[in-house]
Design a protein. Structure first.
Length: 235
């Protein structure tokens, strides 16, 4: 009677061993699967991270390129607006000399002349040519051009000769030189600026002051004609 019991016990033991083997096999396979899944997710995450970093780097690079292009473009625009040709620079300096000379000789007339009409004309020269010089100075600064602070040697020599005169002799010479001759020279200069200058702002300046210069010349010619007529009738 004891043998069947032993047999049943042996069968139970075998079943137990088999179940334990299956469980061990399952435990062995499962960690590997879990490990593979984790590794797969890690690689996928790393790939996404690399893609994100690459995209961020590309965006930053694009932004830097855009910024650089904008800066370069701005720099070129600034340089373009602030440069003029050597010829235009010389024209600006000639215009400055013309204005400076008219102002200097007009101030001389205010102190040397006793003729009220001459003094009134001289005051208008100071006012109008100072305004013209101020406008030219602003234009030159915007173009990066330096202008002279005093008349050139030729105009200084003329002023020196005028300063040695007095009375009617001074008045006649002032009107003939600063009033007529110098304004005719300035007319020719303005014509050269209008036809030869490459800078449109400089051309606009010449067109703006031309009527004033024409008016000055007309006034000077009338004053000189009146003095000559009076001198002829009195002689």
């Amino acid at each position: 009677m004891s043998y069947p019991v032993l047999k049943r016990n042996n069968q139970a033991a075998l079943f137990g061993l088999a179940a334990a083997g299956i469980l061990i096999s399952a435990l062995t396979v499962h960690p590997q699967t879990v490990s593979e899944d984790a590794a797969s997710r890690s690689q996928a995450g790393s790939g996404v991270g690399l893609m994100n970093k690459s995209a961020q780097a590309g965006t930053a690079s694009g932004a830097a390129g855009t910024s650089s292009a904008a800066t370069t473009g701005s720099g070129k625009a600034a340089a373009g607006s602030g440069t003029v040709s050597a010829s235009d620079r010389n024209l600006m300096r000639e215009l400055a000399n013309a204005n400076l000379s008219e102002i200097a000789t007009a101030k001389l007339a205010q102190s040397n002349s006793k003729n009220e009409k001459v003094r009134t004309f001289a005051q208008k020269m100071v006012d109008d040519h100072t305004k013209a010089l101020d406008d030219l100075t602003q234009l030159a600064q915007s173009k990066g051009v330096s202008l002279p602070a005093q008349p050139d040697s030729k105009h200084q020599a003329v002023a020196k000769k005028l300063g040695a005169l007095s009375g009617d002799a001074f008045d006649r010479q002032y009107i003939a030189q600063a009033g007529v001759k110098d304004h005719r020279d300035t007319q020719r200069l303005l014509q050269r600026v209008s036809t030869r200058a490459g800078d449109t702002d400089l051309k606009a300046y010449a067109g703006k002051i031309r009527p004033t210069v024409d008016q000055h010349l007309t006034m000077a010619e009338q004053m000189r004609g009146g003095k000559q007529a009076r001198a002829g009738s009195g002689g």
